[in-house]
Write a protein that binds this ligand. Structure first.
Ligand SMILES: Cc1cc2nc3c(=O)[nH]c(=O)nc-3n(C[C@H](O)[C@H](O)[C@H](O)COP(=O)(O)OP(=O)(O)OC[C@H]3O[C@@H](n4cnc5c(N)ncnc54)[C@H](O)[C@@H]3O)c2cc1C
Length: 383
């Protein structure tokens, strides 16, 4: 299949070669942040891909960003520590005032300003975003924020957070998604002044955190878009996020299949390569078929996004199918490797843990199926 952005892929591949499995294994054991990898991507300009040139970015489209993230994952690296720097800024780009764009985007493009924390999920609301309770109360020229977020990834490695908070009590709004607003929180000012971060140790190295707000002051000028319209402000960016995460899943699936086929060709048991057995071949062939189908849908969604066309259906379906394809490939890869699939030095068990996330975050499989049932098939809303 012809691969768009072949040159970018080649360059990203070269960069990734500087960060081999050993690098990721060491970080995984220590649950440490891949500072060197993030610096290399920043210096190469990849994180400013989606920022227009007038703000110092590269001014490319989502297809280019998807090619970068897919390649990172196909080369055995992980973009989870950094991918949000590419797309969270979309809320400022699409909904921010000219002054906000001028203030934030050049620094984000240059990497001197890290906007990679996205505070939506709360312990009490989970998938039901409209039920979130963190409240921002207007007091003169600022808002006072109280509440808690959970699973705020990269919170310790970000200067800014895009925060979704309630500004009108739920009982007073007519639409369930109304009364929410989006803010840029300067975490450098907020740390120790009403904001506390507590890391969560997880099954993979992901740097996700709980964040607590206790009378944290946010200048009124940090409101992005209109007060009460915050759900819409972040919703736009969610399709971009789903498509880019899908690209990472495609990259993972390719990595697993490459590893598995190489091993199946080389490993001799009963006097012949294990890959000669259909019981070993078929799960790999099936995962490959899943990957190809998912990849086509991803291309469709990315094309729609870049053309400014509605892409909700394709973005959600791509996320569902790409995450399933990467999981099928991961499962087949472990099985093909037998006992060695469990040995850390093969990197498979690490990637296996990492790719499992994408059936839960940033949106779980069931919630995508609910979206398709309701918004595509026209079935009654189930929740
Ligand atoms: C490592 C990691 C990083 C994350 N990073 C971020 C981040 O940076 N920012 C952020 O805001 N959030 C983040 N999240 C949160 C993530 O988006 C949520 O975990 C995810 O949306 C699911 O929400 P939940 O965990 O509350 O599960 P719940 O909503 O409690 O759901 C639990 C299970 O029940 C199912 N379920 C719930 N309701 C229904 C229904 N009506 N019908 C059918 N099934 C249903 C779900 O599909 C799921 O399988 C992250 C999560 C993880 C694990």
């Amino acid at each position: 299949m012809d691969m768009p952005h072949a040159e970018i892929r080649e360059e990203v591949k070269k960069l990734c070669a500087r960060f081999p499995g050993e690098y990721w294994r060491r970080l995984d054991a220590a649950r440490a942040y891949p500072t060197g990898f993030v610096r290399a991507l920043t210096e190469a300009g990849y994180l400013g891909t989606l920022i227009p040139e007038e703000y110092g970015g590269v001014g490319l489209n989502l297809a280019a960003a998807a090619a970068i993230l897919e390649t990172i994952h196909a080369e055995g690296c992980n973009a989870g520590a950094v991918h949000a720097q590419m797309y969270i800024m979309g809320s400022i780009l699409r909904h921010g005032s000219p002054g906000q764009k001028q203030h934030y985007l050049p620094g984000i493009a240059a990497g001197t300003l890290r906007l990679q924390a996205f505070g939506v999920t709360e312990p009490g609301s989970g998938s039901d975003t409209a039920a979130l309770r963190t409240f921002a109360r207007r007091e003169g020229d600022h808002y006072v924020v109280n509440g808690q977020k959970i699973w705020t990834s990269r919170a310790e490695h970000s200067d800014l957070m895009l925060l979704l908070a309630r500004t009108t009590p739920r009982e007073q709004v007519t639409k369930r998604t109304g009364g929410l607003s989006t803010f840029i929180v300067d975490m450098r000012d907020a740390a120790g002044h009403g904001m506390t971060i507590r890391p969560i140790r997880t099954m993979m190295n992901h740097n996700s955190c709980e964040v607590f707000f206790d009378n944290m002051a946010v200048p009124a000028g940090n409101l992005i878009g209109q007060e009460g319209q915050g759900f819409r402000t972040v919703l736009d960016g969610m399709n971009a996020e789903r498509l880019l995460i899908s690209a990472e899943c495609v990259g993972d699936a390719k990595w697993f299949l490459r590893k598995a086929t190489a091993y199946a060709n080389e490993r001799q048991v009963f006097g012949r390569p294990i890959g000669q057995n259909q019981g070993v071949q078929f799960p790999l062939a099936r995962a490959y078929a899943q990957l190809r189908a998912a990849e086509l849908l991803l291309r469709e969604g990315v094309g729609q996004f870049d053309a400014g066309a509605p892409c909700g259906e394709a973005a959600n379906l791509a996320k569902l199918l790409c995450a399933e394809a990467s999981w099928a490939a991961a499962e087949a890869c472990v099985q093909t490797h037998g006992g060695f699939g469990f040995a850390e030095e093969y990197d498979i068990e690490r990637k296996f843990r990492e790719t499992r996330l994408y059936q839960v975050a940033p949106i779980s499989t069931n919630l995508i199926l609910s979206y398709v049932a309701e918004h595509v098939l026209g079935l009654p809303r189930s929740y």
